[in-house]
Design a protein around this ligand. Structure first.
Ligand SMILES: O=C(O)CCC(=O)C(=O)O
Length: 287
């Protein structure tokens, strides 16, 4: 079966049209889907009224799934493979821990030594307007650097921290910050990462990176800021305007993303994500 693909932006992404993920899928159709995933970095499936089991089952075709042990409070109580990204209050009325998830440019689980291969985010509830997500193509970001800059960053490692910024914003307190830091020590990742499947070089950075290994924050900041600004220029970006029952899949090894928070926080935005584990990368750095 030849997939019907529709480009989503000049930089990255395709919609996979006319496919019902509730129906059985042959290996060869999934092979085409996976090729498109590697080629375009993002796949969008619209109108997918799938169950959580179907979400998990489809995700497993991309690889082994994370059980989100590093984010115990954000995972679905009955499905450890599903991470909640929601502003729906907890059953006891307290605010959801995940209401600010993804509000800065990042790539999933880069703060672990087995960062995510891909993520599959399903949209359940949307505010009246907004709630969009941006994605950036990190191959393009790398390819468009000067040869001098490529040489300069070739051997650098960025220190990736888990969602402590999010936690600060959420005012969750010192105990929660300490818990997350214990579960997620700082991890050094190559700034230029070779994609394990395509062999292409991509920038691997984002706003969770505050310094390079072996350098101070003050020394690192100008270059990190420049690279992040360069990587997220509008021409490298796709903006996802969600519809209910969208399922969006992204390749974390060659893209960055950011949830914009461009909506009325009193309205419900409820998303659920599975995370496909990638190959080992990086090392634990000194705190
Ligand atoms: O809510 C979104 O649009 C994106 C969430 C996100 O950044 C993530 O799941 O990593």
């Amino acid at each position: 079966m030849a997939l019907k693909l529709r480009r989503l932006s000049n930089a990255l992404g395709v919609e996979v049209c006319d496919l019902d993920l509730r129906k059985p899928m042959s290996e060869s159709t999934f092979g085409e889907i996976y090729s498109a995933f590697l080629q375009y970095g993002i796949l969008l499936f619209r109108n997918q009224d799938i169950s959580r089991e179907q979400h998990i089952e489809f995700s497993r075709r991309f690889g082994e799934l994370d059980d989100h042990a590093s984010l115990p409070r954000d995972r679905h109580p009955d499905y450890p493979e599903i991470l909640l990204v929601t502003n729906r209050p907890n059953p006891d009325g307290t605010p959801s821990e995940s209401r600010y998830t993804g509000r800065s440019w990042h790539t999933d689980m880069s703060y672990t030594t087995r960062p995510a291969l891909g993520s599959l985010l399903r949209c359940y509830n949307l505010p009246e307007v907004g709630g969009d997500t941006l994605f950036a193509n990190m191959y393009l970001a790398y390819d468009t650097l000067s040869e001098g800059m490529k040489k300069l960053i070739a051997d650098l490692h960025g220190i990736h921290l888990s969602g402590t910024r999010k936690i600060n914003v959420a005012d969750a307190g010192e105990a929660r910050r300490a818990e997350v830091m214990k579960l997620n020590p700082p991890i050094a990742q190559p700034v230029v990462r070779v994609h394990p499947e395509t062999g292409r070089k991509a920038l691997y950075l984002g706003e969770k990176v505050k310094r390079f290994d072996g350098m101070t924050e003050e020394e690192s900041k100008p270059l990190i800021d420049y690279l992040n600004r360069h990587a997220t220029r509008p021409e490298f970006v796709f903006r996802q305007q969600w519809r209910e029952n969208d399922l969006l899949v992204w390749d974390n090894r060659c893209t960055l993303h950011q949830a914009l928070g461009d909506f009325d926080e009193t309205q419900l935005r409820h998303m659920e994500r599975t995370t496909v584990l990638g190959t080992p990368s990086g090392y634990i750095a000194a705190a």
